[in-house]
Design a protein around this ligand. Structure first.
Ligand SMILES: CC(C)(COP(=O)(O)OP(=O)(O)OC[C@H]1O[C@@H](n2cnc3c(N)ncnc32)[C@H](O)[C@@H]1OP(=O)(O)O)[C@@H](O)C(=O)NCCC(=O)NCCS
Length: 192
């Protein structure tokens, strides 16, 4: 009788296989998740959920944005990952009201308040929201679109630049928060 180990036809499972399988599953899940993202205009039915799950910003934030949309001044977009609320942004149709850029960007719609739930970020949802806002602007006949981004938010800026937004030497807006923090906001523009 030989001492050599029995040869098995079973696949070797040395831990690497398990790791690769779970990584492949991860990629698959990521793809499936990305395919489930939908972006639509906010309706009154979404308000309770927005207030409950994404209550960032001042009181009545979502209600006021819905009212602006109803008044024809904006398009308020909500993103869902499957059925779950994932994020929002508004497209303000009149252009930025800030004095520094009001003239240069007059009548260029502005993407404002883009926000994705922290636990759902980096899954392509922000990208889908921006693309939907651009589509809404195109459908309304606009040839350009803009947004302001804080110098303290390089990740968001990198995302916008990847999507084709560029700085056009516009004056920066200086912001001081209630807690005394100071930063500048620069407007980026994209040709549609
Ligand atoms: C900025 C913000 C809206 C972007 O939303 P997001 O869903 O994270 O954006 P995306 O996933 O589309 O893209 C961002 C990142 O995901 C990556 N990504 C894009 N599609 C992806 C996909 N299908 N799978 C995995 N990653 C993806 C991008 O390469 C990018 O990489 P990074 O995280 O290394 O920078 C979000 O981060 C947010 O809410 N931030 C807090 C509020 C804020 O800063 N708002 C902007 C004000 S100007």
């Amino acid at each position: 009788m030989s001492d050599s180990p029995e040869v098995s036809n079973e696949p070797v499972n040395n831990g690497l296989n398990t790791k690769l399988t779970s990584e492949l599953k991860g990629i698959q899940n990521e793809k499936e998740r990305a395919q489930e993202i939908s972006v639509k205009e906010v309706t009154a039915k979404d308000l309770l959920e927005l207030d409950r799950i994404m209550p960032f910003g001042p009181k009545n934030y979502h209600q006021e944005r819905l009212k602006m949309q109803q008044d024809g001044k904006s398009v308020y977009l909500i993103a869902r990952n499957g059925t779950e609320l994932a994020g929002h942004a508004e497209l303000i149709l009149g252009g930025p009201k800030e004095s520094e850029v009001k003239e240069s960007l007059s009548d260029i719609p502005e993407i404002n308040g883009a926000e994705v739930r922290p636990e759902m970020q980096s899954n392509g949802i922000g990208t889908q929201i921006i693309l939907a806002a651009e589509q809404a602007a195109r459908e309304k006949g606009y040839k350009q679109i803009c947004l302001g981004v804080s110098e303290k938010n390089p990740r968001a800026r990198a995302l916008y630049e990847r999507l084709g937004y560029t700085a056009r030497n516009l004056p920066r807006r200086s912001v001081t928060t209630q807690s005394g923090e100071q930063f500048s906001v620069e407007y980026l523009v994209k040709d549609l």
